[in-house]
Write a protein that binds this ligand. Structure first.
Ligand SMILES: Nc1ncnc2c1ncn2[C@@H]1O[C@H](COP(=O)(O)OP(=O)(O)OP(=O)(O)O)[C@@H](O)[C@H]1O
Length: 269
């Protein structure tokens, strides 16, 4: 039976309970994350905002199961990511991650890069190709499917990287400054597309960003982290109606929110 009722939707989709992480031991130990506790519901869009080096990437890697926490528990879609020292496939399978660099394989075409996660999951070629082509169209890469990544602009490479992250139809999307290296206009366009894709598919999304504006514009909530070891200092609701357009950024309430977020980030209230 499909449990798509209101109770299911409200159930915590991602739960971090007392998550801490220390790299190394003894005098070389680096405490990257202090004590992170957070609940996210299905379809939530949250941003992690914090000073450089405060442990944001580490936190994403822990949620994706790429890094093991030193303390605490992470639950994704009802499944603990680590159980008895083993990583759970049920918890990591619905998760996709995207990075600041596109990380495409230069010897594959755009469509082959986009389809790669399906190939790794043993999906047949005809289906892989059909789905990769459809997603290329969704992210604005129609006509570029057979090109190599080296012939694409930075923005187009990130489009391909987004398509690759979406091809497994993830329920959780972890984004580590995905558009941070792009010019402002391309970044705005891609952010609008990202917001629409995430809303349509009810993807639970966590974005790491250094941009206060981007965090406020895209998110339902902004999680403000203090310097290392990362601690959540504040979780701030973004009370702006959806769907949002770029005009929102000129709205005085939005501008006030940026001031509020900046104050939280620098520790002044
Ligand atoms: N594998 C590792 N071994 C040792 N130390 C690590 C490792 N990974 C991260 N660190 C340390 O943990 C701290 C947090 O790093 P992390 O990359 O998570 O921060 P960040 O907030 O994402 O940084 P930025 O905003 O600059 O990208 C840093 O001091 C980093 O040097």
């Amino acid at each position: 039976m499909k449990m798509d009722n209101a109770a299911d939707i409200r159930a915590a989709d991602i739960r971090l309970a007392g998550v801490g992480k220390t790299f190394g031991q003894g005098e070389h130990a680096v405490r990257a994350i202090g004590d992170a506790t957070l609940d996210m519901q299905r379809g939530d869009f949250i941003s992690l905002l914090g000073p450089s080096g405060c442990g944001k990437t580490t936190l994403l890697r822990i949620i994706a199961g790429l890094e093991r926490p030193s303390e605490g528990e992470i639950v994704v879609r009802g499944h603990p990511v680590w159980e008895g020292g083993k990583r759970s496939a049920e918890a990591t399978r619905p998760v996709s991650m995207m990075f600041q660099e596109a990380r495409l394989f230069p010897w594959f075409t755009v469509a082959e890069n986009v389809a790669l996660p399906l190939r790794l999951r043993g999906v047949r070629k005809a289906e892989r190709e059909a789905r990769a082509h459809a997603l290329c169209e969704t992210v604005g890469l129609k006509g570029f499917e057979r090109m190599r990544p080296s012939s694409l602009s930075g923005g187009m490479r990130q489009r391909a990287s987004l398509a690759r992250a979406l091809i497994t139809e993830p329920q959780v999307l972890l984004l580590d400054e995905p558009f941070g290296a792009l010019d402002a206009m391309t970044r705005d366009t891609l952010n609008m597309e990202l917001m629409s894709v995430c809303a349509q598919a009810q993807v639970t999304t966590i974005l790491v960003t250094h941009s206060i504006t981007e965090a406020a514009f895209l998110s339902d909530r902004v999680v403000v982290l203090a310097a290392r070891p990362a601690r959540i200092t504040e979780v701030i609701e973004m009370p702006f109606e959806r769907p949002r357009t770029l005009d929102l950024q000129r709205n005085p309430e939005f501008q006030d929110m940026l001031v509020r977020l900046r104050a939280s980030l620098t520790g002044g209230h």
